[in-house]
Design a protein around this ligand. Structure first.
Ligand SMILES: *Cc1c(COP(=O)(O)O)cnc(C)c1O
Length: 361
């Protein structure tokens, strides 16, 4: 039996995609083998990776002067790869809105001068700071954000004013959840295990002029964007099976109507949950309303025992992985693209019952 999986990542994938992958497991389209078993240099695989890129380009309307790279090492490898490749002046500005942004900031400090130009740590990262007029460094190579904060459930609704500097964004947990204007960014990247595919693959979308030979001394070959761009993500063996699943999810997204349709679907889902949190006498959302994420919804009862009891009862009823991140406690429902609307409706019905049973309301 499949459960409603509210995990923050690795997370729920479209059932249709999983079924297709299962059907193709032993014999991919007459090749007589699984995608896991085939050469990444084969014709069959070449079509898989090329189609994946083409579909992603179509979904996000990625302009021709941006490269799409399918890399490995997860999102965290980019915390180092970005400064190694982009810190020409050895200066970068970081907006710290959560653990992932903080880790990226700390990693960048190993390679140059990383400036924390804004932070919301003073209120447990429960909001997005005003980024309309930040002290952007004159010689900053880029301004870095984590666009959707997976752990805290906040999202940048407007991008920061970078005063002309290159914007770099970690979109791991909001990847393909709504349309984006790629031209506003120099580099967009995300680990795919939140909204697109199996863990390990990281997709980097980077403007061509940012891909140069000029990287920090000592940068490993595998950490150079140029080597991967020049080799169309086939410099070495890529995470081939993971990319194949991502490709299937891209096709599924196209079938759903693309990113406009996803946004509508995600807004509808999130509204059901947020509306209930706003009226509940037991459950409360933890994030400033205007900064609420469509993907990750943290909430609490105010009592640690009751939180634990809720997580336990919910799991028994088939709503799993609702425990909040260990750094915040409480609960978190991650409602990525592949979470059906019924999953959220049924969760809210379950929460209402729980509220009635524990408050008499
Ligand atoms: C999960 C996550 C990461 C880390 O991803 P890994 O693939 O485990 O390295 C980084 N940034 C964000 C926003 C995330 O949600």
């Amino acid at each position: 039996m499949r459960v409603y999986n509210f995990s923050a990542g690795p997370a729920v994938l479209p059932e249709e995609v999983l079924k297709e992958a299962a059907a193709e497991m032993l014999d991919y389209q007459g090749s007589g083998m699984s995608v896991m078993e085939m050469s990444h240099r084969s014709k069959v695989y070449d079509k898989i990776i090329k189609d994946a890129e083409a579909d992603l380009r179509e979904l996000m309307q990625i302009p021709d002067n941006y490269k799409v790279l399918f890399l490995q090492g997860g999102a965290s490898s980019q915390f180092a790869m970005i400064p190694m490749n982009l810190m020409k002046n050895k200066v970068a500005d970081y907006i710290v809105t959560g653990q992932w942004a903080k880790k990226a900031y700390q990693e960048a400090a190993l390679y140059g001068k990383a400036n924390k130009i804004a932070s919301s740590e003073d209120e447990t990262f429960s909001y997005i700071p005003d980024c309309s007029d930040l002290p952007i460094s004159e010689d900053a190579d880029y301004v870095y954000i984590c666009e959707n904060n997976t752990i805290y459930g906040t999202k940048f609704k407007t991008l920061p004013n970078t005063k002309g500097k290159t914007l770099v964004a970690d979109v791991s947990s909001c990847f393909l959840s709504e349309p984006v204007d790629v031209t506003k960014y120099g580099l967009i990247y995300g680990g795919v295990q939140k909204n697109i595919g199996p863990a390990g693959v990281v997709i980097v979308i980077v403007r061509e002029d940012l891909i140069t030979e000029e990287v920090l001394p000592g940068t490993p070959t595998m950490f150079k964007y140029k080597i991967h761009a020049d080799n169309e993500s086939l410099y070495n063996t890529p995470p081939a099976y993971g990319i194949y699943i991502c490709g299937k999810v891209f096709k599924w997204l196209k079938k759903q109507g693309g990113l406009e349709a996803m946004k509508e679907h995600n807004e509808k889902k999130a509204k059901i949950l947020y509306d209930y949190l706003d009226e509940s006498s037991l459950f409360k959302g933890t994030v400033r309303k205007e900064d609420r994420s469509l993907m990750n919804v943290p909430f609490v009862t105010g009592s640690e025992e009751l939180d634990a009891e809720f997580v336990k009862e919910a799991a028994a009823a088939g709503f799993v992985n609702l425990k909040g991140h260990r750094s915040v406690g409480g609960m978190r429902a991650s409602i990525y693209n592949a979470m059906p609307i019924e999953g959220v409706e049924k969760l809210v019905a379950f929460m209402k019952d729980f509220e009635k049973n524990h408050t008499g309301a």
